[in-house]
Design a protein around this ligand. Structure first.
Ligand code: SF4
Length: 354
C-alpha cells in the first residue's frame, strides 16, 4: 500500500458511519501501543471503542512469580537475570529494582542467551533467568535452554512464567464481564501459533476477528475489515497477515517448545488461574527448572489494593479511570505493572495522553 492509498483508507475509517456502537479488543500490548503511536486510534469513527486486552506479558505476571524469584535470590544467593521492564514491577513486598539498589546482583539482559553467557563465564555462579513472555519469545527461551543442555551448563536455570494468549482470550469471553464484538489479533503471536489457534472465537463464541500486523496500513485495514465483519455478521477469522501467518503456524518453533515444555495452568494478574495457559519445563529438564532446583518458602502474595491493573487487563476500565493514574502512578514512579511495561495500557495512555 502506498502513501496515497493509506491516506485514502484512513479517511474512509475516519468518516465511517457505524450501524451501531461497537467494542473491539486488541489482544496484544504491541497493538495497544501501535494504535496510539501511529495515531490510528485518533481516527476511529464515533462509536468505535477499543478495549485493551491482556496481551502484555509483564503486566499479567502475578506478584507471586516475582516473590518466588526474590525468595530464590535471598535463600540461595543466585544471580537473577531479567529483561529491563521486569525490574521496576512491584512484587508483594519489594521490587527487583529496590533489591538492586541495595546491592543485590540483578543482571538486565536483552535475550536469554545473554543470561546463559553469564553462566558460562562464571561457572561458580548460579544464574536464574526470569522467563516471562508469550508465544513470540518462548521459542528463543527454548533454544537457549537446548543450548544450555547441549553445552552441559549446570549453573543456569529458568524460572518459567511464560504464558499462552489464546486461553486467556477464551477465559475473558467465558467470564462475560465485557461485551466484545470482535478482535484484532496479534500477527507476531499468530506466526507461531497459526491462525487456527484462534478458531474458538468464531466457533465457540460467535465472534469475528482479524489477524493484523503493526504498521499504520495494517491497523487501518484491520480495523476497517473487522468493522465490516461485525456489521455483515461474517463470523470468521480473516488473516490479513498471510505473508507470515499460516493456518498451522511455525512448526519448527512449536517443536522446540513441545520438546522442552508441557502445558500447564497459570495465574494471570487480575484474571486468576487460567487452565492450559502456561508452560512448565518437562521433568527431564528439572536441573534447569529454578522452581525445582531452588525450593523456597513462599511469602503470602499481596496485591496493592489501590492499583486497578487487574480490571484494566480484563477490559473493565480504562487507565484514566484509575484514581492514581498520572498522579501517584507514573512511569517514573509506577504503582502497578501496567504502568511499568512499555506495552502496558497505563503506560501507553500516559505516554500518549493529550
Ligand atoms: S494507573 Fe497505576 S495504579 Fe492505576 S491501574 Fe494503572 S498501574 Fe495500577
Amino acid at each position: 500500500m502506498n502513501k496515497d492509498q493509506l491516506i485514502k483508507y484512513s479517511e474512509i475509517l475516519k468518516n465511517y458511519k457505524l450501524e451501531r456502537p461497537m467494542n473491539i479488543m486488541e489482544v496484544c500490548g504491541t497493538h495497544t501501543v501501535a494504535f496510539f503511536h501511529t495515531g490510528v486510534k485518533d481516527i476511529f469513527p464515533e462509536g468505535l471503542n477499543l478495549i485493551d486486552g491482556p496481551g502484555c506479558p509483564v503486566c499479567v505476571t502475578a506478584n507471586g512469580y516475582l516473590d518466588r524469584a526474590i525468595e530464590i535470590q535471598k535463600e540461595h544467593g543466585v544471580v537473577l537475570a531479567t529483561f529491563g521492564d521486569m525490574i521496576k514491577v512491584p512484587a508483594s513486598y519489594t521490587s527487583l529494582q529496590k533489591l538492586k539498589s541495595e546491592g543485590v546482583r540483578i543482571e538486565i539482559v536483552y535475550s536469554p542467551m545473554d543470561a546463559l553467557e553469564i553462566a558460562k563465564k562464571e561457572k561458580d555462579t548460579e544464574v536464574v533467568f526470569l522467563s516471562v513472555g508469550f508465544e513470540t519469545t518462548i521459542p528463543t527461551e527454548a533454544v537457549t535452554l537446548k543450548k544450555a543442555v547441549e553445552d552441559n551448563v549446570n549453573n543456569f536455570s529458568i524460572l518459567t512464567g511464560n504464558k499462552l494468549t489464546p486461553p486467556a482470550v477464551d477465559t475473558l469471553l467465558a467470564l462475560g464481564e465485557v461485551k466484545i464484538d470482535g478482535f484484532i489479533l496479534p500477527g507476531h503471536v499468530s506466526i507461531i501459533t497459526g491462525s487456527d489457534s484462534w478458531q474458538f472465537l468464531p466457533g465457540k463464541y460467535n465472534k469475528p476477528a482479524v489477524i493484523s500486523g503493526f504498521e499504520p496500513k495494517d491497523l487501518v485495514m484491520g480495523t476497517l475489515r473487522l468493522i465490516q465483519l461485525i456489521e455483515k455478521r461474517e463470523i470468521e477469522i480473516d488473516n490479513l497477515y498471510k505473508e507470515l501467518v499460516t493456518e498451522e503456524g511455525n512448526r519448527l518453533a512449536q517443536g522446540f517448545i513441545d520438546e522442552l515444555f508441557d502445558v500447564t495452568d497459570a495465574k494471570w494478574r487480575g484474571i486468576g488461574i487460567i487452565p492450559g495457559s502456561g508452560l512448565k519445563l518437562k521433568d527431564k529438564y528439572s536441573l534447569y527448572d529454578a522452581e525445582k532446583k531452588f525450593p523456597v518458602k513462599m511469602p503470602e502474595e499481596v496485591e496493592n489494593k489501590n492499583c486497578r491493573c487487574g480490571e484494566i487487563l480484563r477490559g473493565l476500565i480504562t487507565p484514566p479511570e484509575c484514581p492514581l493514574f498520572g498522579t501517584v502512578c507514573t512511569p517514573r514512579e509506577p504503582v502497578g505493572a501496567c504502568m511499568v511495561s512499555f506495552e502496558g495500557s497505563c503506560s501507553a495512555y500516559y505516554k500518549y495522553r493529550k
